[in-house]
Design a protein around this ligand. Structure first.
Ligand code: HEM
Length: 745
C-alpha cells in the first residue's frame, strides 16, 4: 500500500515536472475548465439533456396558460442554482479584479534566502494578482479615494506564497487587535449605511484622531497614492516585516516592494469623483484592456533587508507597520520581474473565489514578530472559512501547482478523493511521511524568545509623528497642494465639529503648521497658532511618486481620444492614428456620430467614411489620457457643440495633454483663449508650439506623422512633442500657476 501511495505521489510529481516548460497553473486549471461556447446540448447538473430551457412545465393548451407544475425538476434546479449564486463578499477589499502572470528573477538572492523562487534564476513562476479597494462593497466604484490592495499569489514549486499587500507602504494601526475597530470606523456608518466607499465621514476621522498611530497612513491616504490612474501604475508593498533565511540559517528582516515600469501615476480628484459615476469599472476595464492589447503590465520586484543583529539600530521599530524603512537607510535591491499577461476566463471562480493568506509562505521565508502580521496570520485563513468554506484551498484558483498530500479530511464540499485505508500519521504503511529540512520541508527559524507576558508594544512604537512629517516634507509642491485639498474635502464632509476641529487644530498642527492653518480656515476649525511637534524638515527618498517616472518617456497603453466630425483633415487623422498605434498606445475615435463620418473633400459617393469607436455623448474626457483634434472644416461644427467644447476645457482642467493641428488650433483658442493668455500655433504657420502641455501645429503634411518620432522634451516635430507631453502624464504646472482653476469645469 505504501508503495502504491508513494507511486501515486511520484506520478503527481512527474506530471508537474513534465509540464515545467509550460505555465503550470494553466495546465493545472485546464482540468476544471470547460468551453461554454461548445455546441454540445445543455444538460441538468446531473447530466440529463434538457429539451426546453425556456418554459416551465405547465398545464396548458393552445388557448389557456394554466398553473406551473412543482414537478418540473429541471426548472426547479435552475431556480435553486440561481437563488444560491451569491457568497458573502469579503469584509474588506470586497471590490477587486484579478489577472494572471509570471515572475522571474534578475539575480539570485541566495545571500539572504534559500527560497527557490528567490534564488533559481531559471524559474518562471506563475502568479495571480488581485487588486482591490478596501472600504467599498463589491459593487462600488473603482476610482474612490482609498488604499488599493495588491495581493499576489505565487504558485511556486514548493507551495503557494502569498504577499497580501497594498499600494501604500504603511498601515493605519500597529496591532491587529485594532483591526475590527478600524474597519468599523472606515466603513459606512452603522445607523444609516452611509457613505459608500469613502473616508469622508465623522467616524473615520474620529478614529484616526483617537489613534495617533494612524497619522502617517492618513497622510498617505490623502495623497495622490489613493487615487491611482491605473492598477498598472501603482507601487505594491508587502507592508509587514517578514524574514528571509539563507542556506547557512542566517536571518534577515525583509520588506517586499513592486515598482511599476510605467511609473507611478494618479488621477486628479475631480476626475476620480466623476469617473466613479461615469465609468465605475474604470480600473478593472483598464487592466483587462491593457492585457488584451498586449501592453502587459510589469513591475520590478525589490527587497529591503536588515540583518538580524541590526534590528535595533534604527530610531523606529522595524516591526512597526506604521513605518517605512527609509531608502537612504535601507536601500532597495531590485531582484525580479513580475508581469501580468492573461485575463481570467471567468470572474467568479477565478477572482471572487481567490483567497489569500499572509500565513502562506514557503521555505526560505519566515514571519517576524510584527504585531500586525501576527494577527493577520490568524485572520485570513479564518475569514476564508466563512466566505468559501473549509475546503477553499481545493478551488482551482487557490490550489498549489506542486504536489499536495496530507491527512486533512472531509468538511463541506470536499472535492478530492484520497485512496487508501489510513488517514492518520504515523501509520503502519508509513504513508505520507514528513520530510526533513534538506528534503524541502518548512522549518521555523529557531528564534530565542524571552519576555514578560503583557498587552503592550515596545517603546519605539510610540513615535507617531516623525515619519508623518517626513512624508509630508518629501512631497513635491503639487503633491502638497493635493493633500491639502483632500483633507479639506474630507473634513468638509464631517459635520461634527469635535471631529474636524481636533483633526485640523491638533493633529495636523503636529505635522505642519502651515498645512493645519490652511485646512482649519477652509473647514471652519479654530486656526492653530503653533507647531505642536517640532518638524526638523527631514525628507526621504522614494516617498514622492514623482520619483517614479518610467525609465524612458513612453505613451504605451495610454488611451488617446481623437475628436472628429464630418470634414476632418484626413492626413492628420490617419497619420496620428498610426503614430499612436506605433507608440503602443490606444487610439479611440470619438465622433459626432457612430455612422460614417467623412473627411474633408470626401462623400458617400467616393468614400466609405470612418466609423467612430464611440460618439462623444457616450464618453467623457475623463476616460482618456489625452485628446487630439485634427484640423479640417469639421471644426466649425465642433465649435458649436457645447459638450465637445467642455471636453477640451475639462481635459485642460484635469491637466491632460491636448494636441491640435490646422483649423483645430482655432477651436482650442476659442475654448481656452477666452479665459487664458494662451500661446498656440496659427492654422497656417509651420511651427509646432507647446504651451503648458497644449501642443499645436498649423499646417501638417503626411511626413509630419512619420513613424520614426522620438518622444523627447527636445523633440521639434508635432508628434514627438505631443507624445512627450502625454508621457509626462499630467501638466501639474498648469495647476500651480492657477491656470486650471481659472476655467469652468
Ligand atoms: C498591513 C496591513 C494590511 C494589509 C496590507 C492588508 C491587505 C489586504 C488585502 C490586499 C486584502 C484583499 C485580498 C484579496 O484581494 O482577496 C485584504 C483582505 C482582508 N484583510 Fe487585510 N490587510 C491588512 C491588515 C489586516 C488586518 C490587521 C486584518 C485582521 C486582523 C486583516 C483582515 C483582512 C480580511 C478579513 C480580509 C478579507 C479576506 C477575504 O475575505 O478574502 N487585514 N487585506
Amino acid at each position: 500500500m505504501a508503495a502504491a501511495i508513494a507511486s501515486g505521489l511520484n506520478k503527481a510529481q512527474q506530471a508537474t515536472q513534465s509540464v515545467s516548460s509550460k505555465d503550470k497553473k494553466i495546465v493545472d486549471v485546464s482540468r476544471d475548465t470547460v468551453d461554454a461556447h461548445s455546441h454540445e446540448p445543455q444538460t441538468t447538473d446531473h447530466g440529463v439533456r434538457i429539451e426546453n430551457p425556456d418554459n416551465w412545465l405547465k398545464v396548458a393548451d393552445g388557448r389557456k396558460t394554466g398553473p406551473s407544475l412543482l414537478e418540473d425538476q429541471i426548472a426547479r434546479e435552475k431556480i435553486h442554482r440561481f437563488d444560491h449564486e451569491r457568497i458573502p463578499e469579503r469584509v474588506v477589499h470586497a471590490r477587486g479584479t484579478g489577472a494572471f502572470g509570471n515572475f522571474t528573477l534578475y539575480e539570485s538572492a541566495e545571500d539572504v534566502s534559500h527560497a527557490g523562487i528567490l534564488t533559481d534564476t531559471s524559474r518562471n513562476t506563475p502568479v495571480f494578482i488581485r487588486f482591490s479597494t478596501v472600504q467599498g462593497s463589491r459593487g462600488s466604484a473603482d476610482t474612490v479615494r482609498d488604499v488599493r490592495g495588491f495581493a499576489v499569489k505565487f504558485y511556486t514549486d514548493e507551495g503557494n506564497w502569498d504577499i497580501v499587500g497594498n499600494n501604500i507602504p504603511v498601515f493605519f494601526i500597529q496591532d491587529s487587535i485594532k483591526f475590527p475597530d478600524f474597519v468599523h470606523a472606515v466603513k459606512p456608518e452603522p445607523h444609516n449605511e452611509v457613505p459608500q466607499a469613502q473616508t469622508a465621514h465623522n467616524n473615520f476621522w474620529d478614529f484616526v484622531y483617537l489613534h495617533p498611530e494612524a497619522t502617517h497612513m492618513f497622510m498617505w491616504a490623502m495623497s495622490d497614492r489613493a487615487i491611482p490612474r491605473s492598477y498598472r501604475m501603482m507601487q505594491g508593498f508587502g507592508v509587514n516585516t517578514y524574514t528571509l533565511i539563507n542556506k547557512e540559517g542566517k536571518r534577515h528582516f525583509v520588506k517586499f516592494h513592486f515598482i511599476p515600469n510605467l511609473g507611478v501615476h494618479s488621477l486628479v480628484w475631480d476626475e476620480a469623483l466623476k469617473l466613479a459615476g461615469q465609468d465605475p469599472d474604470f480600473h478593472r476595464k483598464d487592466l483587462m484592456e491593457a492585457i488584451d492589447s498586449g501592453a502587459y503590465p510589469q513591475w520590478d520586484f525589490a527587497i529591503q533587508t536588515i540583518p538580524e543583529e541590526k534590528e535595533h539600530d534604527f530610531d523606529f521599530d522595524i516591526l512597526d507597520a506604521t513605518k517605512v524603512w527609509p531608502e537612504d537607510l535601507v536601500p532597495l535591491r531590485r531582484i525580479g520581474k513580475l508581469e501580468l499577461n492573461r485575463n481570467v476566463d471567468e470572474f467568479f471562480p477565478q477572482t471572487e473565489q481567490a483567497a489569500f493568506c499572509t500565513s502562506h509562505i514557503v521555505p526560505g521565508i519566515d514571519f517576524s514578530d510584527d504585531p500586525l502580521l501576527q494577527g493577520r496570520n490568524f485572520s485570513y485563513f479564518d475569514t476564508q472559512i466563512s466566505r468559501l468554506g473549509i475546503n477553499w484551498e481545493e478551488l482551482p484558483i487557490n490550489r498549489p501547482v506542486c504536489p499536495m498530500m496530507n491527512f486533512n479530511r472531509d468538511g463541506a464540499m470536499r472535492h478530492r478523493i484520497s485512496k487508501g485505508t489510513v488517514n492518520y500519521w504515523p501509520n503502519r504503511f508509513e504513508a505520507l511521511p514528513p520530510a526533513k529540512a534538506e528534503e524541502g520541508a518548512f522549518t521555523s527559524y529557531p528564534e530565542k524568545i524571552s519576555g514578560i507576558k503583557k498587552r503592550a508594544l515596545s517603546e519605539k512604537f510610540r513615535d507617531h509623528h516623525t515619519q508623518a512629517q517626513m512624508f509630508y516634507n518629501s512631497m513635491s509642491e503639487h503633491e502638497k497642494a493635493h493633500i491639502k485639498k483632500a483633507l479639506t474635502f474630507e473634513l468638509d464632509h464631517c459635520d461634527d465639529p469635535i471631529v474636524y476641529e481636533r483633526l485640523a487644530g491638533t493633529r495636523l498642527a503636529e505635522i505642519d503648521l502651515n498645512l493645519a492653518q490652511q485646512v482649519a480656515e477652509l473647514v471652519g476649525a479654530p486656526i492653530p497658532q503653533k507647531q505642536l511637534m517640532p518638524n526638523p524638515g527631514h525628507r526621504a527618498k522614494g516617498l514622492s511618486q514623482t520619483e517614479f517616472p518610467p525609465e524612458k518617456p513612453t505613451i504605451a497603453s495610454r488611451r488617446i481620444a481623437i475628436l472628429i466630425g464630418d470634414g476632418y483633415d484626413q492626413v492628420a487623422f490617419t497619420g496620428m492614428k498610426m503614430a499612436i498605434k506605433a507608440a503602443g498606445a490606444l487610439p479611440f475615435v470619438i465622433g459626432t456620430k457612430r455612422s460614417p463620418i467623412y473627411a474633408q473633400g470626401q462623400s458617400p459617393e467616393n468614400s466609405k467614411g470612418v466609423i467612430a469607436d464611440h460618439m462623444y455623448d457616450g464618453q467623457r474626457s475623463t476616460m482618456f489620457d489625452a485628446t487630439f483634434i485634427p484640423g479640417g472644416s469639421h471644426v466649425t461644427a465642433l465649435s458649436k457643440n457645447g459638450q465637445l467644447r467642455f471636453w477640451i476645457v475639462e481635459s485642460f482642467g484635469h491637466l491632460k495633454a491636448i494636441g491640435a493641428t490646422g483649423e483645430a488650433c482655432d477651436l482650442v483658442n476659442q475654448v481656452l483663449g477666452k479665459v487664458l493668455d494662451i500661446r498656440l500655433a496659427t492654422p497656417t504657420s509651420t511651427e509646432c508650439v507647446e504651451w503648458y502641455g497644449v501642443v499645436t501645429a498649423g499646417s501638417t503634411k503626411p511626413e509630419s506623422f512619420k513613424e520614426s518620432f522620438q518622444i523627447a522634451k527636445a523633440a521639434k516635430d508635432f508628434v514627438g512633442q505631443f507624445f512627450y507631453q502625454i508621457a509626462q502624464h499630467r501638466n501639474y504646472q498648469r495647476e500651480l500657476d492657477g491656470l486650471s482653476a481659472a476655467l469652468d469645469w
